[in-house]
Design a protein around this ligand. Structure first.
Ligand SMILES: Nc1ncnc2c1ncn2[C@@H]1O[C@H](COP(=O)(O)OP(=O)(O)OP(=O)(O)O)[C@@H](O)[C@H]1O
Length: 239
């Protein structure tokens, strides 16, 4: 059974149809990439999956259970974690304290359980040496690492990554991809929106293209990137 299913999900802002009848299944442990031009509705799709937005139509199922009416907090507790395009840590808290908040309130761990979980995530994300640093003072790579670590601290079974590689140098991108591969190898399903294509395709086994809120295509990355309509719409290359 799919861990996450979207069934005919649509959302409009006034007259603007931002998500149009999107349906797909995500298998347990699968890594799915999402690409599309600016404004195609990619982040909106994440907001619909996390419950930050309610669809006008359609259903969202987690493990076959309809969660369309649930709040973001309930969906997080059920196993949907996310990172934001612009990192949103508590700047005045330390790196470790940020993870504790995510583990206690998002991951529902007890005060006794959370520290070991957070220590493990600090190590896996390369943040251990920065545990006591205030989040607000971190440079971009470490803010991105912390964004990923905060999502992991909520103990997701599906993690949504929104343009996490954007703005990084090539070397920094390689480091972040290694961490994402580690998360994937541990069995967490991933949906990753990304403009840095080579990073994305080094991790995902399926790629979805969104255009004007519609799913234009979904399939193996090579086949999707070679499709004339994708090259024309996404890359601006005429078929
Ligand atoms: N709360 C909102 N109210 C009105 N319009 C919105 C709202 N959120 C998003 N939009 C509009 O919906 C469209 C899709 O936005 P969205 O952020 O989902 O696109 P995106 O594919 O993630 O873009 P990008 O690649 O630039 O991040 C855009 O035209 C945007 O201006």
């Amino acid at each position: 059974m799919a861990i996450l299913s979207l069934q005919n999900v649509s959302k409009s802002f006034g007259a603007l149809k931002v998500t149009q009848e999107v349906s797909f299944d995500l298998a347990p442990g699968e890594a799915l990439g999402i690409i599309g031009p600016n404004g195609a509705g990619k982040s909106t799709l994440f907001n619909l999956i996390t419950g930050n937005l309610r669809p006008d139509q359609g259903a969202i199922l987690l493990d076959g259970r309809d969660v369309t009416g649930e709040t973001p907090m309930q969906r997080c507790a059920s196993g949907i974690g996310r990172s934001f395009q612009i990192p949103q840590p508590f700047d005045h808290l330390s790196v470790y304290e940020n993870l504790l908040v995510a583990a206690r309130f998002g991951g529902r761990l007890t005060a006794a359980e959370a520290p070991a979980h957070c220590a493990d995530i600090l190590r896996r994300t390369g943040l251990a040496a920065l545990a006591d640093r205030k989040a607000g003072g971190l440079p971009l790579l470490n803010r991105k690492r912390l964004e990923l670590a905060r999502a992991m601290a909520t103990r997701p079974r599906v993690i949504l990554l929104d343009e996490i590689a954007g703005g990084l140098t090539e070397g920094e991108c390689v480091e972040l991809v290694a961490t994402i591969c580690d998360i994937h190898a541990q069995g967490t399903a991933i949906i990753w929106i990304e403009h840095v294509l080579h990073a994305l395709t080094s991790v995902v086994s399926r790629l979805m293209v969104l255009n004007f809120g519609r799913m234009l295509m979904i399939g193996a990355p090579d086949a999707v990137m070679a499709a004339p309509e994708v090259r024309e719409i996404y890359l601006g290359i005429e078929a």
